[in-house]
Design a protein around this ligand. Sequence first.
Ligand code: MN
Length: 298
Amino acid sequence: MIFGVHAMIWVSGWSVEEAQQAISAASRVGYGLIEIPLFDPENADTDSTTEILRKHNMSASISLGLSRENDISSQDLSKVQNGAKFLQKALSVCAEVGSDYLGGAIFSALRKYSSAASSEGRANSAGVIRELAQDASRAGITIGIEPTNRYENNLLNTAEAALRFADEVNEDNVCVHLDTFHMNIEEADPCSAIELCGDRLGYFHVNESHRGYLGAGNIEFSRYFRSLARIGYNKPIAFEAFSSSVTSEELGAMAGIWRDIWTDSDDIATHALSTMKLEYENATRAIGLARRGRLPTD
Ligand code: MN
């Protein structure tokens, strides 16, 4: 199992110094994968990132959220084109740093909308994601659709909605990316949501209900991990947490990060890794026992 961690545990941007800081810290804590928040792909120094990743023997994934100006779910075609260009640039960065994953809120802006998504906007978004996926496929890159809660986009809030959207895009390298923070808000039954995705689940964010320390909120992670074990999930599991002490102003505004909910980056990352490993191990054992008729599960 590949355990990853979002770079915003340590840094708010992706300068060479920040890349060095985040990658070395994630490696020191024991993670094998760093998730790079790519909000400024034009200025990413891909040579440096590649070199630092290599030095620490770390893999990378790329995540991002679109803004109002490059919202591909807009009915304004100039914004859709801006978004398509932005995503193409992000895809180039992804390929250049040797990452095989680009995902997140890439299908719309990451913000609270004041009206429902339009069918025209949805079609615009699906069209851009289809082209992006076709280009990504040639580079061996998977595109991940991460449904976020109702306050962070108006198009895809649940696993089922993301699956329907992926059906419309209809490219083999498009997967669903689930996040426990959003699922906790939107899914009637998070376990069914994971199982509904099955092998179309390609990336998983572990995130507490307040985006702080795992176990200090209200999410019952053991149930989520058992569902992951039940579907035989073997793709990345990445820890996310956001605190106003580290998060960039841009993402803070997008995701409503107003509280200084944690301050010690190494400590929260270390605690999360041991928690996720333990949850994964327990879940795998429980599902194995259940399959042999030794243990009832929910
Ligand atoms: Mn997430």
